[in-house]
Design a protein around this ligand. Structure first.
Ligand code: ZN
Length: 305
């Protein structure tokens, strides 16, 4: 008993929060840790995001490193159970901190960090991030902000152990400015970060509803067998369907309201879209999405008049 206690104490000292990460196989050599469909809270320590890895003969490529140093350390430990291989590259899809705060762990393992220009522009070493604020010092632990090694402006292809990773910015602004997707042709797998959600609502706060819809068209044009989004569990070729339906309905409802001279004060009530109330995070995000869509679409309507 004493031994078990000691092991548990040592474990919690080294790792802090126990994330209980279990890799799920998407297809041969492609795995993800799927996060909970919840807001970021102390109780989940930021485990609300999908972090994936592709196995090659000579090492792993990680797509999005997750919310903390300790999350990434525990993910790495799980990878080593599949095969003892180094992590050579970490590709960051966008600037939201639940997706990249694990970078400092992978940097300590000599991985090369790749990401969008906006990471370089917006993420400053030493700044306090949203996750840090919510989790507090103890859960944030050894997490640090680290700089990228390689910035992707439009596209970049990297090769590792015969596998190709085609990184591309498919829209200027969609979920955020500079979102990247990663296509692995041999796996017919497309990693799209937060350009696709399933089972929960998105946030349009840093993005564009029109850009998001255009991005979905471009994602579908890859005809990938596996489309892996940043949140949610649907990873087949139809992964964009539910998300497109939500965004399309927000767009058409808001446009209709604008045509009927519905003002900013009433728009949230008018576009409540009750069918989506059962979706996770509806209460937290829907009203804000409607407002953001209103501001964007109203401007376009003004331009046309
Ligand atoms: Zn995001």
């Amino acid at each position: 008993m004493k031994h078990i206690l000691l092991i548990l104490l040592t474990f919690s000292f080294v790792y802090g929060f126990e994330y209980n990460l279990k890799p799920q196989k998407v297809t041969e050599g492609v795995y993800c840790f799927f996060g909970k469909l919840e807001p970021i809270e102390k109780q989940n320590a930021g485990n609300v995001v999908n972090s994936c890895f592709v196995q090659t003969k000579v090492g792993y490529v990680v797509i999005d490193s997750g919310p903390t140093f300790s999350y990434a350390a525990q993910a790495y430990e799980q990878m080593q159970k599949i095969a003892t291989l180094p992590v050579k590259y970490v590709i960051n899809t966008h600037i939201h901190d639940d997706h990249w705060l694990g970078n400092s762990f992978y940097k300590s393992k000599d991985a090369l960090l790749i990401g969008p220009r906006t990471y370089e522009e917006n993420i400053v070493v030493g700044m306090e991030t949203r996750i840090q604020r919510i989790l507090g010092k103890k859960l944030f632990g050894k997490t640090k902000i680290v700089k990228l090694d390689t910035i992707v402006d439009n596209n970049l292809t990297i090769s590792l152990g015969k596998e190709k990773f085609e990184i591309k910015q498919i829209e200027d602004v969609a979920h955020t400015k500079g979102d990247l997707v990663v296509y692995v042709p041999s796996k017919q797998s497309l990693f799209v970060g937060d350009l696709v959600f399933s089972g929960r609502l998105t946030s349009l706060r840093d993005g564009s509803i029109l850009g998001s819809l255009r991005a979905l068209d471009k994602i579908d044009a890859y005809h990938a067998k596996h489309i892996i989004g940043g949140h949610g569990y649907v990873t087949d070729a139809n992964a964009t369907k539910e998300f497109r339906a939500y965004l399309s309905e927000v767009k058409s409802e808001v446009l209709k309201a604008i045509d009927n001279d519905v003002g900013m004060e009433e728009i949230v009530k008018k576009v409540s879209m009750p069918a989506y109330k059962k979706m996770k995070l509806y209460d937290v995000l829907h009203a804000r999405n409607v407002l953001d869509a209103y501001k964007e679409l109203e401007m376009i309507e003004d331009d046309e008049e």
